[in-house]
Write a protein that binds this ligand. Structure first.
Ligand code: NAD
Length: 334
């Protein structure tokens, strides 16, 4: 199908704009626009690429995860890609996702799901050898991240050694490093008193704190960790579901979300979203949505992945919060 010239121009303009925003956000930790603007532009580009498949491009922001790091830290390869998540912005989109899961698995009823808060921080991969933290890395562009081991070792809730005495030779634990709200407020208050630039939001604060070249600075930042997935792990003697992996992590003393729940229908998902949405403002940390995951690993394997996201998980985003934040002099709604 041929497309009008203005569509091609629009696609190119959207790609260029998304690249610029991503660089500011992921690489420089200095976002220039609210996430909603980024999400809207990305969705517009996805729709145009779906409508005009001949315009698809493997280097389009719709096909890629994050951004390549700046090079201040050593680059490390992830044993398995660290992907992003597809988004659902309405119950209808969530329902369509669940229907696709049922159709692709060719089953009668929806498989069990796990719902968790979507923490607004930085994704990290932690590799434990013989139960000891051996390496921590950022997600980076999904295949390569930055080695931030020294910084992560300063975070109190990241176990340097797993509890017990029964761990695999090598296991990769993935999760989010974030700055709880109270710590963020206190940190910004101090920054203002010292005449320094405050952070835009807790996510930005976590990103900036983790990517310090001097780990003594990171050590003074109030960061926390919560695990939400396994990466590389042994094939034998390994749990068969996401839920059981979370319980295993917990038994090793690795923090997991106490809000995680097992669900079995669209109604459960909508109810969970509403309940967490009502609690959102009173939580001690920022969340920007709910993540739903197919629980059973065999079903996850059958569903597989697309370019930048698994087909067995989706993020249902919360609407923008009505607070006004200052970002490098530009005021916008978040
Ligand atoms: P994402 O944040 O939408 O979703 C994937 C990430 O969710 C994972 O990498 C993980 O870090 C996180 N996550 C949190 N809780 C999780 C859980 N329980 N289970 C699994 N994952 C969990 O993905 P993304 O690709 O990093 O980025 C897109 C986000 O970044 C969007 O919100 C977008 O608006 C924002 N962004 C903003 C700008 C900007 O300029 N404002 C630029 C680029 C990206």
């Amino acid at each position: 199908m041929s497309q009008p010239d203005d569509v091609q121009a629009k696609v190119e303009a959207l790609r260029a704009q998304l690249e610029r925003w991503s660089h500011q956000y992921y690489v420089l930790d200095d976002p220039k626009v609210p996430d909603q603007d980024y999400d809207k532009a990305l969705r517009e580009l996805q729709e145009l690429e779906a409508q005009y498949p001949e315009l698809k491009d493997p280097s389009s922001p719709t096909q890629r995860v994050g951004a390549a790091p700046l090079g201040a830290f050593e680059s490390v390869a992830h044993p398995m890609p660290m992907l992003s998540l597809d988004n659902a912005f309405s119950d209808e989109e969530l329902s369509a996702f669940l229907q696709r899961v049922v159709d692709r698995l060719d089953v009668e009823t929806l498989p069990e799901l796990v719902a968790e808060p979507k923490l607004d921080g930085i994704a990290v991969s932690l590799i434990y050898r013989q139960g000891v933290l051996a390496r921590a890395a950022t997600r980076g562009d999904g295949t390569h991240g930055e080695d931030i081991t020294l910084n992560v070792r300063t975070i109190g809730s990241v176990p340097l050694k797993l509890r017990g005495d029964k761990w695999p030779e090598l296991v990769e634990i993935r999760g989010e490093i974030f700055m709880p709200r109270a710590g963020f407020e206190a940190f910004n208050e101090q920054a203002r008193r010292d005449g320094e630039k405050p952070f835009v939001n807790p996510r930005n604060a976590a990103a900036g704190s983790l990517r310090q070249l001097d780990s003594r600075i990171t050590a003074r930042r109030p960061l926390a960790f919560c695990a939400y997935a396994s990466g590389q792990h042994p094939e034998d003697d390994w749990p068969k579901s996401h839920w059981d992996v979370l319980q295993l992590f917990c038994s090793w003393g690795v923090p997991i979300s106490r809000y995680a729940e097992r669900l079995s229908s669209l109604e459960d998902c909508v109810d969970y979203y509403q309940r967490l949405g009502e609690q959102r403002d009173s939580l001690s940390f920022d969340i920007d949505g709910i993540v739903y995951k197919v629980n059973d690993f065999e079903a996850q394997r059958k569903l597989g992945f697309v370019a930048r996201a698994p087909r067995w998980s989706i993020a249902r985003k919360f609407p923008a919060q009505e607070a006004v934040t200052r970002v490098t002099g530009v005021e916008f709604q978040v």
